[in-house]
Design a protein around this ligand. Structure first.
Ligand SMILES: NC(=O)c1ccc[n+]([C@@H]2O[C@H](COP(=O)([O-])OP(=O)(O)OC[C@H]3O[C@@H](n4cnc5c(N)ncnc54)[C@H](OP(=O)(O)O)[C@@H]3O)[C@@H](O)[C@H]2O)c1
Length: 259
């Protein structure tokens, strides 16, 4: 009994509202599930309605409070509309997770302006605009948690990093800028840094068993990441326990980055 209360004090998200972009797939889906099971009311944003509905149905079946908004985060108007719709469901969010991302991977010499713009729009501008929409309100209320999902490619080139690596490097800088602005008001801003995670984003690479094994061997744990590996770190960063952790890039990569 005593330990339950202690754990709740540190980690429970009861009464919190979370918005999770990319919450219908991969890492975002696992994080949305973790936040919801830890007590938060969660709104997930992405484009495909069937995957959004399936995710919310699964959470509802587990007794969680969850909802979805279908939104295209590749345009500024799309982001703005999505933010308003998301805030209408359970109220203004206490927690914002930016997991929606794209990795188009053309060779650097063939990287078009369109691919550059599309990458920056989803991976960097949407997190910036959502932060600008929700961050000041969090600061006014004295509590907030902004969690970005960046990439090892913020730190090293890897399989045609191109615009993707640039967008993720900037995303970590955005977290630091947001942390500087809002941490004095109880809003922490951090990034989780995945290594290689077996999700639909990596579907093509994941079909090559030799590459998959070689990547697993580069970790210390000895396997590639799973979306579920992000659950604990996300609950920690979303809750009270992490109140003194801000502006950080936290690697959830099985030791890939230090091996
Ligand atoms: N998997 C890895 O190895 C890895 C490694 C490093 C970093 N990451 C990062 O982790 C995050 C999650 O990746 P993941 O592997 O979980 O990918 P994923 O399974 O492909 O999920 C991506 C999510 O983003 C949504 N999304 C994409 N474009 C969107 C748009 N224009 N508007 C709204 N939603 C959009 C997708 O839904 P819809 O398609 O329905 O819109 C989906 O829910 C990404 O930021 C990625 O860069 C992943």
């Amino acid at each position: 009994m005593i330990s339950q209360g202690y754990l709740s004090e540190l980690f429970s998200l009861d009464g919190r509202v979370a918005v999770v972009t990319g919450g219908s797939s991969g890492i975002g889906r696992a994080i949305a599930g973790a936040l919801a099971r830890a007590g938060a009311s969660v709104v997930i944003l992405a484009r495909k309605k069937s995957e959004l509905a399936a995710t919310v149905d699964e959470l509802a079946a587990d007794g969680c409070r969850a909802a979805w908004v279908s939104a295209d985060l590749s345009t500024r108007d799309g982001v703005r509309a999505a933010a308003e719709q998301a805030a209408e469901v359970f109220g203004e969010p206490d927690i914002l997770v930016n997991s929606a991302g794209i990795n188009l991977r053309p060779p650097m010499g063939e990287l078009s302006e369109e691919t550059w713009d599309a990458t920056m729009a989803v991976n960097l501008e949407a997190p910036y605009l959502l932060g600008r929409r929700f961050g000041p309100g969090m600061a006014e209320r004295g509590f907030g948690r902004i969690i970005h999902i960046s990439s090892q490619q913020a730190h090293r080139a890897f399989v045609q990093s191109g615009a993707y690596g640039v967008s993720k490097g900037a995303l970590e800088s955005l977290a630091r800028s947001q942390a500087e602005a809002w941490s004095p008001h109880g809003v922490t801003c951090n990034t989780l840094v995945p290594g290689f995670v077996m999700t639909p984003l990596n579907a093509r690479l994941s079909t090559d068993p030799e590459k998959v094994a070689a990547l697993a061997a580069r970790t210390m744990v000895g396997r590639n990441g799973l979306a579920e590996d992000f659950a604990g770190a996300a609950v920690f960063l979303a809750g009270r326990a992490s109140g003194y952790v801000t502006g950080q890039a936290i690697f959830v990569d099985g030791g890939f980055s230090v091996h």
